[in-house]
Design a protein around this ligand. Sequence first.
Ligand SMILES: Nc1nc2c(c(=O)[nH]1)N[C@H]1C(S)=C(S)[C@@H](COP(=O)(O)OP(=O)(O)OC[C@H]3O[C@@H](n4cnc5c(=O)[nH]c(N)nc54)[C@H](O)[C@@H]3O)O[C@H]1N2
Ligand SMILES: Nc1nc2c(c(=O)[nH]1)N[C@H]1C(S)=C(S)[C@@H](COP(=O)(O)OP(=O)(O)OC[C@H]3O[C@@H](n4cnc5c(=O)[nH]c(N)nc54)[C@H](O)[C@@H]3O)O[C@H]1N2
Ligand SMILES: [Mo]
Length: 572
Amino acid sequence: MTNSMSEIEHTDCILITGSNTAETHPIIGRMVKRAVQRNRAKLIIVDPRQVELTKYAHIWLRPRPGTDVAWINGLMNVIIAEELWDKVYVQERTEGFEAMRQAVAPYTPEVVSKITGVPAEDIRRAARMYAKAPRAMQLYAMGITQHSTGTNNVMALANLAMLCGNVGIEGGGVNPLRGQGNVQGACDMGALPNVFPGYQSVTDEAVLGKFEQGWGTGMRLSNRLGLMLTEMFPAIMDGKLKAMLIMGENPVLSDANATHVKEALEKLDLLVVQDIFFTETAQLADVVLPAASFAEKDGTFTNTERRVQRVRKAIDPPGSAMPDWQIICALAERIGQKLQERRDRDNGRNAARAAARPAYGRWDYASPSEIFDEMASLTPSYAGISYERLERGGLQWPCPTKYHPGTPYLHKGRFTRGKGKFAAIEFAPSAELPNEEYPFYLSTGRIRYHYHTGTMTRRSPGLETIAPEERLELNPQDAQRMGIAEGDLVRVTSRRGSIEAKVRLSERSSPGMVFGTFHFREVPINVLTNNALDPVAKIPEYKVCAVRVERVPTAERPAAPERKAAEELQPA
Ligand SMILES: Nc1nc2c(c(=O)[nH]1)N[C@H]1C(S)=C(S)[C@@H](COP(=O)(O)OP(=O)(O)OC[C@H]3O[C@@H](n4cnc5c(=O)[nH]c(N)nc54)[C@H](O)[C@@H]3O)O[C@H]1N2
Ligand SMILES: Nc1nc2c(c(=O)[nH]1)N[C@H]1C(S)=C(S)[C@@H](COP(=O)(O)OP(=O)(O)OC[C@H]3O[C@@H](n4cnc5c(=O)[nH]c(N)nc54)[C@H](O)[C@@H]3O)O[C@H]1N2
Ligand SMILES: [Mo]
């Protein structure tokens, strides 16, 4: 997030799009409810699904999935036409306005209405409400990013925020709600194919030199860009990638076009999986490394508002499980020894003598806090943070020095890059649209009671009692037309595969759309999803693909073993 969570309760207008906030970020969802009820903030929701927070919204726009650039450009079109934009801010703090103005000129409310299905007058109302608010905050999540146009969707939102002077102020901002507890921290630490910790580029010679020295590598570090996760599966199929270490991911259930993913993983020469449970992905592994869970180790998590917080070990890990950092160090040490032996052999030297020397950096850390200190010494945005300081509470980066209080919101006074840059963005349709053969939109996501592939939440008897099985959400109009009743079994088929699940009839999904989750291994919905990628972020189009829905006749139905398993799990 550019801004902080607490600012939600100190703003005049909140625009939420592509985020089922009340279910997926319940704490932030509560803050939004309070902002509306107690502080009279205006709430605009833009979502194809009738999410819980629409009950609190002043305006709810319901666009067709995958049409975000169109409505966002439409809002800007109105704001410019009605002279509601922040001219001083645009003049002083931004560049590229003219090109953006030209790009949004064709997106009149009437044109946008045709693309999105949202009434033109609603586009005007939303534009006025957002632009007239002294401070307006945007919250978004996967409904914006998980598209083949995800990067453009985000840039369009940034355009809108800058047009109204809402970046770099308290109670404003463009705020992606990060998903996992520590996904922000993982990115900050360089768990990306192109950067070191703190987003320092691997192609920058000065940066490379700094890390070689700081880590004591004794060799040049590679300046080559790695692959994104979604690029790895095709690379395996092409024979370019032979071995993989998967740590804390279950791609067999979570990645788009799952059949293809499984095929790729089976083709690897070596697959190592490091997880706290024996997952569907671990079942394909040559070696499984048991890891300790969050409650069984020390460390830090960096949350969605860039706040670094301590996590403290509460219980011992079971069996031979170890904290991830110890597993990584142990692996690295052995790999370093092997590399050194090979190098010495090539150089004709004595391998035994060589093995005694520390090679390829040091891996003998005594504690996570020692690792943190080394990282902070090489990472300007974390430089002022230490475990000692974190004892007194979390700190928000950038925190460049020991006495710096941390940064609640970014781009204050000036943008990190200097001037805020408008981009001219054109609407483009999703990679796959419904047609006669596949007439429905499939949208996928989450429910409140389960987490992702269910490795953890489906082991909780309480949650299993509330949500024991997948229920595909179908609009009652469609159901009636097709003779489908609540609880009926349907077969859903896309160009990539087919699954069977029971339906729940609900107005939450609009006619022509079905919604399902990826929480249940019995209904692996990613067999259906499209692995078309955004060209920049390489994120797959989880939120739009075309499917066919058919009722499965009773005679064809198998006994439902999953149902039984769920019942066995229920507490007596
Ligand atoms: N209970 C629970 N909470 C979670 C998780 C979980 O598994 N379970 N996972 C966590 C993680 S890692 C993440 S990333 C977050 C995800 O949090 P969210 O992104 O809120 O979760 P999703 O269910 O993917 O919902 C996306 C929303 O986008 C909407 N949407 C779909 N298509 C479009 C579109 O084309 N345009 C727009 N504007 N909206 C669209 C959907 O209707 C839905 O309301 O949740 C986190 N929180
Ligand atoms: N159809 C569809 N697919 C999606 C999405 C969608 O909206 N629709 N959303 C996507 C998104 S946003 C996300 S974030 C991904 C999530 O996809 P994944 O990350 O693959 O899903 P998880 O089930 O969270 O898997 C995390 C794994 O980490 C393990 N684990 C937990 N704690 C630890 C630990 O401390 N150490 C180790 N080593 N392992 C641990 C868990 O047991 C689990 O197996 O799914 C993506 N897939
Ligand atoms: Mo996520």
